[in-house]
Design a protein around this ligand. Sequence first.
Ligand SMILES: Nc1ncnc2c1ncn2[C@@H]1O[C@H](COP(=O)(O)OP(=O)(O)OP(=O)(O)O)[C@@H](O)[C@H]1O
Ligand SMILES: [Mg+2]
Length: 279
Amino acid sequence: MNGPRLVVDDISVIRVGTPRPVLNQISLTFSSHELVAICGHNGAGKTTFARTLLGLCPVAKGTISLNGRPVHRAGQRQIQMVFQPPSAQLIGQTIFEELAITALQSNPALTRSQLEQFVQDCALRVGLLAPIHADVHALSGGELQRLCVAQALASDARVLVLDEALSSLDPATRTSLRHQLRDLTVTHGMTVLMITHDMEDVLSADRVVVLDRGEVRLDAVPRDFFYDGAGQTSPCSSLGFHPPYLVEAAITANQKWGTSLNPLTEEQFVEELSHVPVP
Ligand SMILES: Nc1ncnc2c1ncn2[C@@H]1O[C@H](COP(=O)(O)OP(=O)(O)OP(=O)(O)O)[C@@H](O)[C@H]1O
Ligand SMILES: [Mg+2]
C-alpha cells in the first residue's frame, strides 16, 4: 500500500497587498507513487502552493510534513521543483557538471567513474540522449526539461513539483516526458505534482486537484473530473476548463446514443465503443 508521504495540513499564506489569503486553509495528502495534476485559473495560487512546499513562502498557519517530519527539517532536497523556463535553475556548464554537482551534494563519496555512470543512468532514465559532456546552452527546450527532471533523480528527491514545465514543449516531447514522469512514480515511488493548464496532462494523472482563489475546489480522480456519473456532461467544463477532444467525443456519443462511455485514453475509447450496439 502507498503510505502518506507529503502532508499539507491547513496551511494559509498571506501576501502583503492582497486583500484575501493567497492560500486559504489548504489540507492535502500526497502519497508515494502518485502523479497528481494541479489545475486552476491564473492567480488561483498554484505557484504559491509549489513555492510553499519548497519552504520559499512563509505560512501564516498550518504545517507541511514529509514522511512524518516537518518539511524544514526533512531537508529541502527531498522536494525538487522544475521551473519554467528550465534554464533558470541550471548552474553547470555541461550535463555532466549539472547532474554531478547535484549527486555529490547527497553522496560526496562518489568517484569520477561512479559519477560518470550515475549521470549516464539518470540521463537515460528521462530519455536525455545528448552526450553527457554536451554544453547545456546547446540543448533544446525539451532536452533542458529532461535535464531538470534528471536533476531531481540525481538528488534522490522524493517529491518532484513541475510548475507548467511542459507547457512550451512540442506535443511529442510532452507525451514522452509524461511517460517518463509516470515511470518515476512507478519505478522510484516518487510523488510527482504537475501544475498544468493542459487537460491532456490531467488525463494522464492519477488524481486532479483544482485550486480556486487559494482554496481547494476539487480533489478527484480524472474520470470524475471529466465525466458526471451518466457521462452526459463534463464537470471540468463547469469549473471553466475546456475538456480534451477525447472527452468531448465520448460525451457527444453518450448524448446521442444514451451510452455512458467514459474513456481516458484512445484505446479505452475504441474498446468501449466496441461494446456499443450498432444504432
Ligand atoms: N510576491 C507576491 N506578492 C503579492 N502577491 C502575490 C505574490 N505572488 C503572488 N501573489 C498573488 O497571489 C495570487 C496567486 O498567485 P500565483 O502566482 O500563485 O497564481 P498561479 O495559480 O500560479 O497563476 P498562473 O496560472 O498565472 O501562474 C495572485 O493573486 C498573485 O497576484
Ligand atoms: Mg503560476
